[in-house]
Design a protein. Structure first.
Length: 301
């Protein structure tokens, strides 16, 4: 085997600020799901989601750190910079969600009926879940694109926003399937089509960037992404107008929450969540469009 020169192990992967942040992510993540699995406990879909987040983020972070420490990422046919930036943003969003959900549903101040030991384990797990979110947020802060710096697309504001847009769309889909009654009108079905189309295209943009295949396309990828972002803004504007009208106008829906609506199983609640996050994603796409005028893609980093 021929030597390629340089050391076999990249010590900077664990001694640089980003490397230290990843070591903390591994430590906090392992501690969090260990506390929950040992004594804290979890149940139902909320608890399962939190455990999935912590174990998934832990596994991928170990993989990233191992690849960078051993230089194995050079053997992968992906754009490593885009992959790590995209994952750091996704892990930040997932970990902050779990850090909110777990204490909200599982932590209580009283010992009864779970016992003081279980309560203390759950409180400790919640603390480390918050620290895990901070560690991922620090990595995003350290690796984000600086003004005038040549970097991966996913490390730019526009690239990071793509991850946030897809994540918000997942929240919308979750509310849609929770008895939102979107099939009552053609207009609300149009809104679902808008959410689905924008989500799919956003995921495709991220996938092409992470795989580093943008240069192989027969059309200008950079210009196409900007045009798509403009189209997504217009589509979300239509959804931002149509959805509230057909859900909260007295002619089609209910402007107030029905008094007999069961908590957790009320279509009005799901419709409100969808309306809120529709405006959130609309704002994200507008900001994305503004920033996309100031960047240039670098697919090989």
């Amino acid at each position: 085997m021929e030597s390629t020169g340089g050391p076999y192990l990249n010590t900077a992967a664990v001694t640089s600020p980003v490397g230290i942040a990843r070591l903390l992510q591994i430590t906090f993540g392992c501690t969090t799901f260990s506390l929950v699995a040992h004594r804290g406990g979890f149940s139902a879909a909320y608890g399962t989601f939190c455990m999935f987040v912590w174990t998934f983020c832990f596994a991928i972070t170990v993989f990233i750190l191992t690849c960078e420490f051993t230089h194995l990422h050079r053997c992968l046919s992906i754009s490593w910079g885009n992959f790590t930036a995209a994952f750091a943003m996704l892990a930040t969003l997932m970990s902050v969600t779990a850090a909110v959900i777990y204490p909200l549903y599982f932590v209580q101040l009283d010992c009864y009926p779970i016992g003081c030991e279980v309560r203390d384990f759950r409180i400790a797990a919640s603390v480390f879940a918050g620290l895990l979110f901070i560690a991922y947020a620090v990595e995003v802060f350290l690796t984000r694109a600086k003004p005038g710096q040549v970097t991966s697309y996913m490390a730019t504001v526009s690239g990071l926003l793509k991850i946030v847009q897809a994540f918000v769309a997942c929240i919308i889909f979750g509310a849609l399937v929770n008895d939102s009654q979107y099939s009552k009108y053609v207009a609300t079905q149009w809104c679902v089509a808008v959410y689905s189309f924008c989500f799919v295209v956003t995921v495709v943009v991220v996938a092409f960037s992470v795989t580093g295949k943008t240069a192989l396309l027969w059309f200008p990828f950079e210009r196409s992404v900007v045009i798509y972002t403009l189209g997504a803004v217009l589509l979300y504007v239509s959804a931002a107008v149509i959805w509230p009208v057909f859900c909260f106008d007295s002619k089609y829906g209910s402007p107030r929450r029905p008094g007999l609506c069961a908590k957790g199983k009320c279509p009005w609640d799901s419709q409100l969540v969808i309306a809120i996050f529709t405006y959130v994603n609309l704002l994200l796409y507008i900001v994305d469009l503004a920033y996309s005028q100031r960047i240039r893609f670098v697919s090989h980093i």
